[in-house]
Every structure is written in C-alpha cells, then in structure tokens.
Design a protein around this ligand. Structure first.
Ligand code: GDP
Length: 362
C-alpha cells in the first residue's frame, strides 16, 4: 500500500528500525542521596571519633521538630554529655556590619594556626530578629574558616521561639564538645533578646563595636555592655585608627560607671582590625587571661553550674509550654476561652486559670 513515508521523495521521513532502548536502570549508577539511618550508638561513636558528617546529622536531628528525631537526639546527647564540657565557650555579639563574620574568620584562623585548636562556630538568630536566611546562612561569610578542616560552622536553627532556638544551640555545643571541638563561638546579632540567651551559655562574652559611627553606643543597649567581659573596637585600620582608639577610651570610661562584675574581672577594651588581622593576638590574650583568672578564683565553675541550673528550669518551662499549647483538647478549648475573653464574658485571669486547671486535670 502506498504510504508517503515510503515514497522516495520523502526519504527523510523514512521510519528506520529503531535502536533498542537502553535499560532504564543504569547498573553503574550509585544512589548517593539516601542518608543512612544510624543507631544512637553509631551516632555517638561517630561523634566521639570527630566525624563531622555524623555530627552534622546529629545536629539536624536535634533541630528537627519530629518527635522520633527528638527522641533519638536526646539519647545521643545523653551519651555525649560525659564527654562534653571541655571547651572554652565564647559568645560574640555586635550590630550588623560591626564585622562579626570577618572577625570570627580572623579570630578562628589565628586560634587554629597558632594554638592548634578545633573551633565550632554556632549562632543564635531567631528568625524574628532578622530577615530570613541571614546570619551564618551563607558560609562564605567566613571564607577561610569554611575551608578549614579544624572548623565546624553551623548556622542558627532557623525556626522557633528564642527559647527553643537557644536550647538547640546549647545542645549543639554538647555534641561539638564531645566531637573534640575545644573552642566554641556562639554568634548573635546585637539588637535583641538573644544576647541574654547567648550570655547564659558561654564563659566569655565579647562585644564587637565600631568607632565613629555617630552614636558611640550604636544602639547597643547598656545591658549588653554590662554583660560583656571584653569590648573590642573593630576596623582599627587606615584613617580609622585614631577614631578607634578614641572610641576605646570612651568605652573604658563608660565601663567605670558600671558596678563591678561578679567574676571579679575588670572588662577590657581593645582595638583591632578583623580585615587586616591586626590586634588579634591581643584579643586572644585577653580571653585566655580571663579564663585563667576565673578558673583560679572558682568563678568559671560557679558560672557553669548556675548556667546548668538555669537551663534545667528553661527546659522545664519550654516543655510545659509546648505540651500545653500542643494538647488537642487545649487547642480547641483555648479558642472558646479567647472568644469569651474578647466578649468580656470572663476575665483573662479567670480564663487562664480555667485552662491551666483543665490541662493539669486531663
Ligand atoms: P557582620 O554583619 O557583623 O557579620 O559584619 P561583616 O563581617 O559582614 O562586615 C561588614 C563589613 O565591614 C564588610 O564589608 C567587611 O568587609 C567590613 N569589615 C569587617 N572588618 C573590617 C575591618 O577590620 N576593617 C575594615 N576596614 N572593614 C572591615
């Protein structure tokens, strides 16, 4: 039968015998995406061996809100606890643009190269305080450290209340310490409540300031200055050196007005340049002096003990709140109570009491 496909004038359209189709499954293709699920003992073993891939996965578990992940994470943390606590924990804060990432890069590389230390860089950045995907989200902010095998950089857990985020960071510190990181930085942006949370989990609190940015206190609240064990004025380079020195003198004067600290330590004020890497050694000397001083007078352990106590209560508060608000009965009845309060049928206090009584009698 005539068919145009077979007509010589349409030769280009001829239907050739096909090439046999290749098998859909390539025998050489290895699946790399699936993540092995480890047992708690395997996680712990990997962490104790300093395996950062397993460490990262364990941190991901503890950041997860799924209850099975949480349970697994808690088992891991419990087994890591006896191996934790052996690091120096340093909180770092400063307004955006103060040079935190540049400085952490410089401080960290100095420590690793000069003192052969292992550094973990964590952050607390509840999403409410900054636009999403910001702080530490981008590892290139710490260019040298991010390529350094002796550094472990972990962005802030991104969702949740400040309390929840802070708890996760604190638990991450434990895992990092068990993995052999002997220095931990906890970075936070110096504009909100998170400094208090960071202060409650570190041994030394460092405030990075700028010179000549108009208002000398740069929106840094007095309370944050009061928490600082050291204030460092960054960008003391080029034409800015004198201004930085002047600012440092002003901070020293301001610090005189504060009551003496519980540690017996007088906070120091230094100038440096994170970008040009000058004055970095002096910053570390200050931190090491502080650690030696507080170890000697017993304040170091005293502070750690009171932090543990504080975190026990924080953890109870967090869990009470989360169980209450996630209870399906409460979720339903709260809406009705809300309506009654809005219509002035009952007072807020009565409504709260009724709901709490209801929860504890469930
Ligand atoms: P962060 O927001 O606090 O993390 O600040 P960054 O580290 O991102 O620094 C903000 C800007 O300040 C960047 O453009 C840096 O290059 C610059 N910067 C940081 N440290 C220094 C320094 O020591 N000297 C100078 N001149 N610039 C710096």
């Amino acid at each position: 039968m005539y068919h145009p496909e077979n007509d010589p004038q349409f030769a280009g359209l001829a239907v050739n015998r096909g090439v046999e189709k290749l098998p859909a499954v390539n025998p050489y293709f290895k699946k790399t995406k699936t993540r092995r699920v480890y047992t708690p003992a395997e996680y712990v073993e990997g962490i104790l061996q300093g395996n950062v891939t397993i460490l990262s996965q364990a941190v991901t578990l503890l950041e997860s809100n799924k209850s099975e992940h949480q349970q697994l994470a808690q088992q891991i943390i419990e087994k890591c606890l006896p191996h934790a606590g052996n690091s120096i924990r340093i909180g770092i804060t400063g307004v955006p643009g103060a040079g935190k990432s540049t400085s952490i890069d410089a401080f960290g590389m100095y420590l690793i190269k000069t003192h052969q230390k292992k550094l973990a860089v964590l952050a607390i950045d509840p999403s409410s305080e900054r636009s999403k995907g910001s702080i530490l989200g981008d590892k290139t902010r710490m260019e040298e450290l991010s390529r350094e095998p002796h550094a472990f950089i972990r962005p802030s857990p991104s969702v949740g209340s400040l309390g929840g985020v802070a708890r996760k960071t604190r638990e991450t510190i434990i895992l990092c310490e068990a993995a052999g990181f002997d220095t931990v930085f906890v970075e936070t942006v110096g504009v909100g409540q998170s400094e208090t949370a960071v202060h409650s989990m570190v041994d030394f609190f460092l405030l990075i300031q700028l010179a000549g940015a108009g208002d000398e206190l740069q929106g840094i609240k007095r309370g944050i200055m009061e928490m600082a064990d050291g204030i460092v004025v960054n960008k003391a380079d080029g034409n800015n050196i004198d201004k930085a020195k002047l600012a440092a003198a002003q901070y020293r004067n301001a610090l005189h007005l504060f009551p003496p600290s519980d540690s017996g330590w007088t906070p120091k004020v230094l100038t440096y340049s994170g970008y040009h890497k000058t004055g970095i050694r002096e910053v570390w000397e200050m931190i090491f002096d502080y650690i030696a001083f507080t170890r000697q007078n017993g304040y170091f352990q005293h502070k750690r003990n009171s932090q543990s106590k504080f975190w026990m209560y924080e953890s109870i508060n967090e869990q009470l709140k989360s169980r209450f608000y996630n209870n399906p009965v409460i979720v339903k009845e709260l809406l009705e109570k809300e309506r009654q309060v809005l219509h002035s049928e009952i007072s807020s206090f009565v409504a709260a009491k009724l709901m709490l009584d209801r929860y504890f009698n469930l």
